[in-house]
Design a protein around this ligand. Structure first.
Ligand code: 13P
Length: 263
């Protein structure tokens, strides 16, 4: 075979491989297990073991978020699992009793951190301004923030969700910044822990809206997740939403049967 033809075949093959990799990376769904404060250390260890035994797949990127207290122990026992912290502190090392310092995440190779979860907002009085600072702190330290936003039930009922989310985003992100990877989790407050979820058409509508307004900001990579009462009976339908990059799951993710779904 002439060498020119051989070159064309080789180049075509490489382009094909490159495009396939790009497509599979883009289609990969983020599945984040937020174990909140449901589990003790041995239960967290058992679930981490279940996660570690799943065969690796191009379909899902699995991230476990145990109680911050257990992160380091779990990371050392199951180093291949990916862990996210459930929060981080704005105070640096030093006289900060009860702090979770960002350097502790960096030095222990915890690459993700949940920021602005509604339970942190309500239990610890966290504001959008604090969330903005924590997001910047994470990005500055090369940790991907999983930034949570979502509307309370009265806003949902009065059909003002979009306006509410737009304001949250506007306070957390600056149009003048260039952001590295950010994960945005849309978690309607009335859906968290209630067994209620928006209709698929509503989630899709919000996804389209978020995709549109996020174009006003500069993200090198932005992923949009849904969270709130995701479980074994609705996961398939939710993940079938094409524009959705994944899910953030609370109580259902503390069950091995749910985790094994992602085989
Ligand atoms: P549930 O899945 O328990 O509703 O919690 C959702 C959540 O808060 C995930 O961060």
């Amino acid at each position: 075979m002439p060498s020119a033809a051989l070159n064309i075949i080789t180049i075509s093959f490489l382009v094909f491989i490159f495009i396939s990799i790009l497509i599979s990376v883009n289609l990969m769904k983020y599945i984040i297990f937020n174990w909140k404060s449901y589990l003790n250390i041995s239960e967290s260890m058992n679930l981490s073991k279940v996660v570690s035994k799943l065969p690796s797949t191009k379909k899902y990127k699995l991230i476990s978020s145990p109680n911050n207290f257990y992160n380091l122990t779990l990371k050392s026992r199951y180093p291949k699992n990916i862990y996210a912290a459930q929060n981080v502190d704005l105070h640096g090392k030093g006289a900060s009793t009860g702090s979770i310092d960002i350097q502790d995440l960096v030095s222990n190779k915890i690459k993700f951190c949940i920021i602005g979860h509604s339970e942190v907002r309500s239990n610890f009085g966290e504001t959008d301004l604090i969330i903005q600072k924590k997001t910047d702190l994470c990005l500055h330290n090369k940790i991907t923030p999983i930034v949570c936003i979502g509307e309370p039930v009265d806003i949902y009922k009065s059909k003002k969700t979009k306006n509410y989310l737009k304001k949250q985003i506007n306070k957390i992100f600056k149009k003048s910044n260039i952001y590295n990877e950010v994960i945005l989790a849309y978690e309607p407050l009335w859906s968290i822990g209630t067994g209620l979820t928006p209709k698929m058409s509503e989630i899709n509508d919000i996804l389209q809206f978020l995709t549109k307004i996020l174009k006003n900001y500069s993200f090198k990579k932005i992923k949009i997740l849904y969270g709130g009462s995701v479980n074994l009976s609705n996961i398939k339908e939710i993940l079938s939403l094409q524009k959705l990059d994944g899910v953030l799951v609370g109580s259902a993710s503390t069950k091995p049967s749910f985790i094994k779904y992602f085989r």
